[in-house]
Design a protein around this ligand. Structure first.
Ligand code: BGC
Length: 246
């Protein structure tokens, strides 16, 4: 079976058709910069442009980079406050004319890692932590997704931890990998304290760079990089659509 997977991010909206049995992209990725302001209408139009690009009529899923429950956006997060309260799956259906499954982007990445990546066959409590514009989390327990976690919003000095340790902060503040790694170490110590995961899988753009900061991670956690790299969000969104996860 094939499904269209779309990954909505802070800087780009990317889609591809995914073979659900193999986890492979069967088309090139199509990327459109995230419209600004990232209002519901502007995002929906961009999603429609991706659906139209592939002339897609089948199952479609999207990862969304905000807190979300049952396809409804709970806060604008790094996108736009006007998204809060919007039933995103319904909006995408109304705009594109096809059914959409919409889940949190880090939950989507976690689904992909579990089915086809670093989480395959791993039991116990596994946290996929994505480091990008924000910090996202997708939790698995004995192979089942526990949806909607927001471990980037753990508090540090009265602000969400992601405002201190996301990859975008490293770039904006011009932090060396050493300095950033030290911040991440503080973050993962916090994660360890409240969750004690058996395994942490680092996803998002930073998964490729783990070698540059892993020496700073003295925290007593088993931390490994994701395998699906930039494609995890797309693959996971397609899995969610095919399996009707919402
Ligand atoms: C959002 C999360 C999202 C993460 C990664 C955070 O700012 O609140 O929902 O998963 O960024 O995109």
């Amino acid at each position: 079976m094939k499904a269209l997977g779309i990954d909505i991010g802070g800087s780009g909206i990317k889609g591809a058709i995914v073979d659900i049995e193999t986890g492979e992209l069967v088309t090139e990725r199509h990327r459109i910069p995230t419209p600004r302001p990232a209002t519901p209408e502007n995002i929906a139009k961009t999603v429609k442009a991706i659906v139209d690009h592939f002339k897609w009529k089948g199952k479609a899923g999207s990862g969304f980079p905000t807190p979300l429950a049952h396809g409804k956006c709970l806060s604008g997060s790094n996108l736009d406050e006007s998204l809060k309260g919007v039933q995103i799956d319904q909006l995408f259906k109304d705009t594109t004319g096809i059914d959409f499954t919409v889940i949190n982007d880090a939950d989507a990445a976690a689904l992909a890692e579990f089915k086809f990546g670093a989480g395959k066959g791993k039991d116990g409590l596994v946290a996929v932590i994505t480091l990008g514009t924000g910090i996202g989390s997708g939790l698995f327990y004995n192979g089942k997704l526990i949806p909607n976690t927001e471990l980037g919003h753990l508090s540090y000095k009265d602000a969400p931890f992601e405002k201190y340790a996301a990859d975008s902060i490293r770039k904006n503040e011009g932090l060396s990998y050493k300095k950033w790694g030290k911040r991440l170490n503080k973050y993962f110590k916090h994660v360890k304290l409240i969750l004690s995961p058996d395994l942490v899988i680092i996803g998002g753009g930073a998964s490729k760079k783990l070698d540059k900061f892993k020496n700073e991670l003295s925290v007593d956690l088993n931390i490994i990089p994701a395998e699906n790299k930039n494609e995890a969000g797309i693959i996971g969104a397609a899995i969610a659509a095919a399996e009707g996860i919402r």
